[in-house]
Design a protein. Structure first.
Length: 262
């Protein structure tokens, strides 16, 4: 079963710019580069594809042969790409590498288990993401669904810092970072933020931090471009250190929750 939804524009196929393809129930999904499943669509720049679920694919099909075949000229035009799938990553990574002009990427690995565009891995201890994102500007990291159960120890802070820092041959490009539902023991959040020299907006919601974070940020002259702060922290930091940090930098509070110790 294949469901297709396009945007509201009127006109021939050649004018379609946005396409939602829902193929979860397509049991006989077989594609090759010479026989892609989409016709020529020269104006297409935005596509969301919900791929067939592995458990529903015809048992006669070799799962190792699964692929997503979109013509090369169409891939090169894509600016917004969304994929929902439970396939092995090797089937998708090669395709992603060919979409070099994509500006917005959404991946849903979780088959709806943690809500749309999310994934839940309750036992995970280490995540390794090897992605080169030299122009990334915005990142949102949610460590737990509701509570600050995600404890970020030194090793995990180092992994997260490397991921956010990205390509070490160039300056960090992240301008906006949001972190929710996590506990950062002493110096771990400092490690995460250390190299984000282009960061302009920082959001910390339901996050526990160490008492002297803002004093340490100020002392080390970190986050030189920070302009706005959205903060709802359940534990940590002293009032004087926080106020000195934001007043000296001229930082605007876009959201503030009083959490500080006396």
């Amino acid at each position: 079963m294949l469901k297709v939804k396009v945007d509201n524009r009127q006109g021939p196929l050649e004018t379609i710019t946005t396409l939602l393809l829902s193929a979860e129930g397509w049991r006989d999904w077989v594609q090759t580069p010479s026989k892609p499943f989409l016709p020529p669509m020269p104006a297409l720049t935005n596509i969301v594809v919900r791929l067939p679920r592995v458990r529903g694919i015809n048992h006669r099909i070799d799962l190792a042969t699964l692929q997503l075949a979109i013509p090369a000229d169409m891939r090169s035009r894509l600016l917004n790409l969304g994929l929902a799938f439970d396939w092995s990553a090797r089937h998708i990574l090669k395709f992603l590498q060919q979409c070099t002009n994509v500006e917005v990427l959404g991946l849903n690995f979780g088959d709806g288990a943690f809500g749309e565009q999310r994934i839940t891995l309750p036992k995970i201890q280490r995540v390794v993401l090897i992605l080169r994102l030299p122009t990334q500007e915005e990142t949102f990291v949610l460590f737990s669904e509701k509570t600050k159960d995600g404890v970020i120890n030194k090793a995990r802070a180092s992994y997260l810092a490397d991921f956010l820092r990205g390509d070490r041959t160039a300056q960090s490009t992240i301008r906006s970072l949001s972190i929710e539902n996590a506990t950062f023991p002493e110096n771990t959040l400092l490690e995460v933020l250390r190299d984000l020299s282009s960061l302009q907006h920082l959001s910390l919601r339901n996050v526990a931090i160490d008492d002297n974070l803002f004093h340490k940020l100020r002392a080390a002259s970190l986050l030189p471009e920070l302009r706005t702060l959205d903060i709802e922290v359940s534990e940590g930091s002293d009032w004087d250190g926080f106020m000195t940090f934001i007043e000296e930098r001229g930082i605007a509070l876009t959201r503030y929750y009083p959490f500080f110790k006396d």
